[in-house]
Design a binder for this molecule. Structure first.
Ligand code: GN1
Ligand code: MG
Length: 377
């Protein structure tokens, strides 16, 4: 058993005796462990995470946001007698704090937090090989729609901005230009045509961030709506919980929809390198939108509806910028598994972006038609 983690676990109000520690390698940012405890004859499972404090420089603010948002969701679920859906439940430290901190042997401060582990669920990294992929895409869209619906009356001024400019396309674009200028590596020379093309798309891709807080309202946004952040019930297949609430912040719900479809409806994993496999699956996209709009049609403003389709393009553009910037900067942000990992991820998102552009008209028509249907309902 990992002795270090076992000792850290003693700092939390977990029930019973520790039986197992299992590392979970899904995320690109934090380190996660699944802990199993035995309490008399009951088994309890917990998720213990080390927060990446290079990325999340204000871990207490992250936890405050999560606490506020999950309390709001819990209250709503209770009021609606909803016993199907769940949300994250923070397990406090023995000192009743949201975080346990300690200084490691290198003198760095480490931050740990814990949640109940939501068991008997599954999640997907990609729907490409799933048998019932359309049903799953529908559930994915519905889950994030439901999440946003529950939070639609949350007082947005209570939330702090934990990562500044997280979905600020203009800032992400400038970061790419800076990385090219700074030349930490010479890697920008490997993809000159793609860079020229990204520059040409900048103006169109800046429209959401330019309208944010004006035409497009600020709302509670998850900001990391990857497919594997939805837990689906093993028996029913229903999406029951949205996890990974670290980036819950004020933003536009368009960020969530765009990022969600980029992630769930791509035909390939984010690091697939075979170009023939990288495209947006239009049937999955429609299924996702159907689920999302079923929940959200009556809560969206006209300016949000008008930009839903475009948001898919913009969020894919943004992630392409981010992977490329990190590649040029020498891979300091995203965890990589091999040398050109960020380059492969970039090229993947770039191809996905090109494909999305060819499908936007069809997507927009579908959105208008579907919103009309549900607005009546
Ligand atoms: C990161 O760690 P993970 O997989 O939840 C990133 C997201 C990216 C994603 C791409 C805080 O999320 O923004 O879309 O990788 N999260 C952060 O795989 O930067
Ligand atoms: Mg995340």
């Amino acid at each position: 058993m990992n002795e270090k983690i076992k000792n850290i676990a003693k700092e939390f109000k977990f029930k019973g005796n520790i039986k197992a520690i299992e590392e979970n390698n899904q995320g690109n940012i934090n380190k996660s462990y699944i802990l199993t405890y035995e309490d008399n004859n009951d088994i309890h499972k917990y998720l213990l995470q080390k927060i990446n404090s290079n990325v999340f420089t204000e871990p207490y603010l992250v936890m405050k946001n999560i606490e506020l948002v999950t309390n709001h969701i819990k209250k709503k679920l209770k009021k609606n007698n909803d016993t199907i859906h769940k949300t994250l439940n923070i397990i406090k430290t023995v000192n009743d704090e949201n975080l346990f901190t300690y200084i490691n042997s290198e003198g760095e401060k480490e931050y740990y937090r814990a949640f109940d582990y939501i068991d008997n669920c599954f999640s997907y990294d990609s729907l490409k090989d799933a048998d019932n992929s359309e049903e799953l895409a529908y559930q994915a869209g519905k889950s994030f729609g439901f999440f946003q619906k529950l939070l639609s009356d949350f007082p947005i001024n209570l939330l702090g901005e934990t990562i500044k400019d997280f979905h600020n396309t203009k800032k992400r674009f400038n970061d790419l230009l800076l990385s090219i200028e700074n030349k930490v590596t010479n890697r920008a020379h490997e993809v000159p045509e793609q860079i020229v093309d990204l520059i040409s798309k900048f103006k169109e891709c800046a429209v959401i961030v330019e309208a944010l807080g004006k035409n497009i309202p600020l709302r509670v946004t998850h900001n990391d709506t990857k497919l594997n952040n939805i837990l689906m019930d093993e028996k029913t297949g229903i999406g029951i919980a949205i996890i990974d609430l670290d980036t819950v912040m004020p933003g536009s719900i368009l960020f969530d929809l765009g990022d969600g479809i980029r992630s769930a409806c791509s035909n390939a994993f984010e690091d697939e390198t075979d170009p023939s496999k990288i495209f947006l699956n239009i049937d999955l996209t429609k299924a996702y939108l159907k689920g999302y709009l079923e929940e959200m049609s009556n809560y969206l403003t006209n300016s949000e509806i008008d930009n839903l389709g475009l948001s898919i393009k913009i969020l894919t553009y943004e992630l392409a910028l981010r992977f490329l910037t990190d590649y040029i900067n020498g891979d300091t942000y995203f965890k990589i598994k091999y040398k050109n990992h960020n380059k492969d991820r970039f090229l993947n998102q770039y191809l996905l972006l090109k494909d999305i552009e060819t499908k936007l008209e069809e997507i927009n028509d579908f959105i208008l038609k579907t919103v009309k249907e549900y607005k009546k309902a």
